[in-house]
Design a protein around this ligand. Structure first.
Ligand SMILES: *Cc1c(COP(=O)(O)O)cnc(C)c1O
Length: 397
């Protein structure tokens, strides 16, 4: 069958692929420890579930306005004001089927052939492919591990050219956990304003930060950037609601109206029941969040210390999200019984075959000398998994 040529531009999400492979091995009866998860292992809080059940009972099960209900838009507006110091009208908000969908629609309405979109790397695997699907060209800004995997304003300035339309910022970052301070955002904002480009700020991990880190949004740090910023967020990560598919964007009215129009010809509204649940997530009791973040912090400390102590590996301490991103450069070139580790993919395969541990190769995130491990899994799994990894690596000569 002849498929459209745009399909040749993209690859299926590799994080979902490793999860599927681990699941298939589990089905064969193997005791796999999975560090691939891109979602919290906590249950959706009960108050949120109750709001959804109530929505079903009262028959709130029909189409809603394409861009989301007024009630949810108002909950999002209140959240953005309260948490981020950003004020928006209803007409400046659109709700979609997950932040991934929001981003996809946003890139579709903003960019086309000939445009360039800057992406600091290592980055979430979907950004480059989504940019390609819009017709634009992703331009990678390589960050340095020695600089905490954060984009350098000088490097940013050097990459902005006549075709540059936007930069996608993700703080805290998936996969590195790097999070930008107000000062760092302010320095980037000056370059962005000079370059007259748009910022797409993916704030999905905003609530999952550690050690007293103060999350800031670039548009609140530099209000003059607000007209050129589109804030993207959602309830998936903060409220363990990955399956509910609610994400949103806030920004310039013309852009938001275009996203709503585009959405009217693909999904129409996000699920009515999920929207009712998201209202409760944003307006209701926030105590589950604190409990989850404290547990993630405990696991992060244990995992980072464990990985950092393995000869040949080193691991920065992430400031947010729920991933460790250890450097494996010291293992490259080693081998066991003729099986050589030439990069992150080889190491991930080796760990899965040798000790039944699933990790995600760093290559699709932009670094072949790192792997990504999610600590959105139990402490018992982390302890056992680290023990196995340590053993497997000790066998490499
Ligand atoms: C998980 C994730 C998203 C999207 O999540 P949704 O479930 O689609 O809301 C967006 N950006 C990053 C960096 C993520 O890790």
């Amino acid at each position: 069958m002849k498929l459209a040529s745009r399909m040749a531009k993209i690859k299926p999400s590799p994080t979902l692929a490793i999860t599927a492979k681990a699941q298939a091995l589990r089905a064969q009866g193997r005791n796999i420890i999975g560090f691939g998860a891109g979602e919290p292992d906590f249950d959706t809080p009960d108050n949120i579930k109750a709001a959804a059940v109530d929505a079903i009972r009262r028959g709130f099960t029909k189409y809603t306005p394409v861009g989301g209900t007024d009630e949810l838009k108002d909950a999002i507006r209140a959240k953005l004001k309260r948490d981020n110091g950003l004020e928006y009208d209803r007409s400046e908000i659109v709700v979609s089927c997950g932040a991934k969908h929001t981003l996809f629609n946003l890139l579709q309405v903003l960019f086309e052939e000939g445009d360039e979109v800057l992406i600091p790397s290592p980055c979430w695997v979907s950004y480059p492919d989504m940019v390609l699907l819009s017709g634009a060209t992703p331009v990678i800004l390589e960050t340095k591990e020695s600089e905490g995997f954060k984009a350098d304003p000088g490097l940013l300035r050097s990459k902005i050219g006549a075709k540059t339309r936007a930069i996608i910022l993700n703080s805290p970052s998936n996969p590195t956990g790097a999070a930008y301070t107000r000062e760092e955002l302010s320095a980037l904002a000056s370059v962005i304003l000079e370059g007259k480009i748009i910022v797409i700020s993916d704030d999905i991990y905003e609530k999952i930060v550690y050690d007293g880190f103060q999350f800031a949004d670039i548009a609140s740090v530099r209000p003059d950037l607000r007209p050129f910023t589109v804030v993207v967020n959602g309830v998936s990560k903060s409220y363990s609601m990955t399956g509910w598919r609610i994400g949103y964007a806030a920004g310039d009215r013309e852009i938001i109206s275009a996203v709503t129009g585009f959405q009217s010809q693909n999904t129409s509204n996000p699920t009515s029941i999920s929207q009712a649940a998201a209202v409760e997530a944003l307006n209701g009791d926030q105590s589950s969040l604190g409990i989850m973040v404290e547990e993630f912090r405990r696991r992060r400390d244990f995992m980072v210390e464990g990985l950092d102590g393995i000869p040949g590996m080193s691991c920065l301490r992430p400031q947010g999200a729920f991933y460790a991103f250890p450097n494996i450069a010291g293992l490259i070139g080693r081998s066991k019984g003729g099986r050589a580790i030439r990069g992150s993919g080889d190491l991930a395969e080796y760990l899965l075959d040798e000790v039944d541990v699933a990790v995600v190769p760093g290559l699709p995130f932009g670094s072949d000398s790192h792997i990504r491990l999610s600590y959105a899994t139990s402490m018992a799994n982390i302890q056992e998994g680290l023990k196995r990894i340590k053993h497997a690596i000790s066998l490499l000569k």
